[in-house]
Design a protein around this ligand. Sequence first.
Ligand code: ADP
Ligand code: MG
Length: 264
Amino acid sequence: MKEVCTLEVNHISKIYRDDGGEFHALRDINLSVHAGECVGIVGQSGSGKSTLARLVSKRIEPTEGEILLNGICRGKMNHRALNAYFKDVQMVFQSPFDTFSPRMTIGQYLMEPFLNYKICTKKEARDKATSLLEMVGLNARDLHKQPDEFSGGQLQRVVIARAVALRPKLIVFDEATSALDVTIQKQIIELIMRLRKDHGFACMFITHDLALTELICDRVFVLHEGVIIEEVCMASGFSRANHQHTQKLVYTAQNFSLENRKCV
Ligand code: ADP
Ligand code: MG
């Protein structure tokens, strides 16, 4: 029997159109993410990584192709299935500050998914929010605080807590640690890896940092100008990469020190 992948991206293309004409951001993308797997997407700025993230998380529609979650084609989903999709696929972006509405407390932010999906009462949601905060190394007192009382690293912990709240099948991290300094980045990566182990979600980890993918990913797809040019298995690492553009990325990555990021 064919194994059902958590995520299957089949022949996806995305064309952005405006008055100036059209731009092919992605062409014929094919990839899969298996249950519990961590798949990296790397590529230079502008190669189409965030477009892929937005497609997978259903923030935009593909021009061509289909995306399947647990073997079900996303395009054929009814309202109920779509709601389940939004529950099963979560996103964590680069800037946690953009994720919060002004004047929303951390507690309200963390309770929202439970209340929106009518999963439990308000009191139970508050208890769950407290547990989530503790799970990411914060505490109950933080429930009443506002986003501007936190550092970027602390806020990214809160965003990750909410992403995990409804036990998703897949979390897409789009440059989720890129804006943080190296020490905080290391802590957030450790947190993601611990939660992944405890909760078993699959990851799509989007970054321009190859060294990081070697540490945490099982496989990596290399994007170049909207096309996947290579899939690299991280058991053998980027030293086995063939494509000249991948080798260029590897050269850039070698300028980073790996030593202080060996955290997982
Ligand atoms: P990356 O995340 O790899 O930096 P993006 O997916 O953000 O790349 O962008 C890929 C290309 O698509 C870029 O050239 C970008 O300018 C273009 N692009 C992204 N979003 C839009 C949009 N809404 N309209 C037009 N072009 C876009
Ligand atoms: Mg991007």
